[in-house]
Design a protein around this ligand. Structure first.
Ligand code: GAP
Length: 534
């Protein structure tokens, strides 16, 4: 992981936000290469899921044809949205504060192990990454017991690491940044929504939130979309946009950020077909990642156990990726596909439903009135063919764009051995990004800066720029220019050499196979288009 983080900074994929001021935890900026990688991922999603979808053809595995449309909603919405969605009451994590270090941690994320010296056992906690966890615990345990390095074998570190929420109490716990025991407070609920104030007066009534998911904008516009676009159930609405969560312990590079982008679909269908649609979307989304070059051994589909599901849902599955910061064999969530029943549309219509009730009823306050008022708008759907009126059920494939970028960066990072100009094997770092995702599609090199080569190369570069993001490089040995493009993930390098001047052909070198083909100058655009679009 360290190598990937360092390459991302060195080559301009990702920077820490406000780095010159020491950075802000949980916020990341995309550099010149990163911005195009992320745009390409979002555009591939939009093209494949929304605007490229052919509603006249029944896709393999789909119960029927269906329509897809897009939406772009605001980040700040009416505060009632978050009350009825459940985020106001339920979107929280448990956190503990450290009285000594004044730091705050997520209760279920602080891991640790027992450390025993002579007849005393304490629990040493840490936030270190999996590979460094045992070393960090041992080091801090020795410091606590005031032992020197030569006495390292006098302490024993317990075998299995567990999170502190599994302990009966934290009296015997050495907090991740503490020097004394028992400094962690009891866990408390902490709402993850960022609060903000509307207008200049700033009273309690003006408080609202930055959206923690894009999904709610889709639900509250369900009727607008129905009335304005003639879509018929089954259909989906997609949205790509920023979401904000005040994560207590943002960590693992961009994996858990406080500002991030989501790519979400709310798919509305007949209740009795919802199970089939759930299965369709689950498989469709998994295959999408594979089609963009994700290795099948790096991805798993984890179906939630029936006990984890709300009773109104027939299924939820997470697509998980083997992020390198996790211990071997563990996977982290990349996307969730949830069957949400009619919970969201009914809550926005009638008032917040109590998910513990079956069948669900509106949650009441101590006066027996709805705890949160619904919009009162009719969000039912009338099927014109059957005249049947119903509240559609929803399947929600919800992906993170930043987490997607991180997973594709991790998957692409490769080191191999390749001969240099003198034939000596050298380690090459190459980002094997799928051509659709690669920020730069091709680099154009004149072999030398003379004999008419730069002029041809510049003309070709100008022509290619009309179609793709390309890069021009005439500096240094050609081998070194290749290496720089390999690190940036550029799939093709085009070299203009002595033969180009006489026969108007160029070489195109493939980043992964290193194969070189000779192509007529006039055919370069077509050849690249075919290679990139597959
Ligand atoms: N509307 C459903 C929803 O928001 P979620 O599982 O909370 O579901 C969906 O989020 C996806 O958004 C996750 O699978 C992940 O890719 C991304 N995501 C969630 N929280 C994130 C965070 N703090 N940082 C980066 N990505 C995040």
């Amino acid at each position: 992981m360290d190598k990937i983080v360092s390459l991302c900074k060195r080559r301009g994929f990702l920077f820490q936000s406000s780095e010159i001021y020491g950075g802000v935890q949980g916020f990341w900026d995309y550099g010149p290469l990163g911005v195009d990688l992320k745009r390409n991922l979002k555009e591939a999603w939009w093209q494949d899921m929304i605007c490229g979808h052919n509603e006249l053809k029944q896709p393999a595995g789909a119960p029927s044809t269906y329509e897809m449309v897009g939406l772009d909603c605001t980040i700040i919405m009416h505060p009632q949205v978050w009350k009825n969605s459940g985020h106001y009451d339920l979107f929280h994590d448990h956190m503990v504060d450290c009285r000594e270090s004044k730091k705050r941690y997520r209760f279920d994320q602080v891991r640790g192990r027992e450390v025993t010296y002579q007849d005393r056992t304490i629990f040493v906690s840490t936030l270190a990454e999996a590979e460094q966890e045992e070393d960090d615990i041992r080091r801090r345990g020795m410091k606590f017991f005031k032992l020197r390095n030569k006495d390292a074998d006098k302490i024993t570190v317990g075998g299995e690491s567990i999170t502190i929420d599994k302990l009966d109490n934290t009296d015997n716990v050495l907090g991740p940044d503490a020097k004394t025991l028992g400094t962690l407070t009891e866990p408390r609920e902490f709402n993850l929504m960022f609060k903000t104030t509307l207008g200049a007066l700033g009273g309690e009534d003006d408080v609202t939130f930055l959206r923690p998911e894009t999904a709610q904008g889709i639900f509250v516009n369900f009727k607008n979309v129905l009335d304005s676009s003639r879509v018929k159930v089954p259909f989906g609405i997609g949205q790509v946009g920023k979401s904000f969560r005040n994560e207590i312990t943002p960590r693992n590079f961009t994996f858990r950020s406080r500002e991030f982008e989501q790519m979400e679909i709310e798919f509305f269908c007949q209740p009795d077909q919802s199970q089939d649609w759930y299965r369709y979307w689950r498989d469709r989304r998994m295959n999408w990642y594979l089609s963009l070059g994700m290795g099948s051994e790096s991805l798993i589909m984890r179906e939630h156990d029936p006990e984890e599901l709300a009773h109104y849902s027939v299924g939820t599955a997470d697509i998980e990726y083997a992020f390198p910061f996790l211990p071997p064999g563990e996977f982290g969530e990349l996307e969730g596909i949830a069957h949400r029943g009619d919970f969201d549309l009914r809550s926005h219509m009638e008032g917040k439903l109590d998910p513990a009730t079956n069948p669900m009823t509106v949650e009441l306050n101590e006066h027996g009135k709805p705890k949160y008022r619904g919009s009162g708008k009719d969000l039912t759907y009338r099927d014109e063919a059957t005249n049947q009126k119903f509240i559609p059920h929803v399947i929600e494939p919800s992906a993170g764009a930043d987490r997607g970028v991180l997973a594709f960066l991790c998957e692409a990072y490769t080191e191999d051995q390749q001969p240099d100009e003198k034939g000596n094997l050298q380690t090459r770092t190459v980002m094997k990004l799928h051509p659709r995702l690669a920020p730069v599609k091709a680099a154009v090199f004149p072999l030398v800066k003379k004999d008419g080569m730069p002029e041809i190369a510049q003309d070709l570069y100008g022509e290619l720029k009309k179609h793709f993001n390309v890069f021009y490089d005439d500096k240094g040995a050609v081998g070194r220019r290749y290496r720089r493009q390999d690190e940036a993930g550029t799939p093709y390098c085009i070299t203009i050499d002595g033969d180009t001047v006489s026969d108007q052909t160029v070489t195109i070198r493939d980043r992964d196979s290193l194969e070189q083909i000779r192509v007529k100058l006039d055919d370069v655009v077509d050849t690249l288009t075919k290679k990139i679009d597959g």
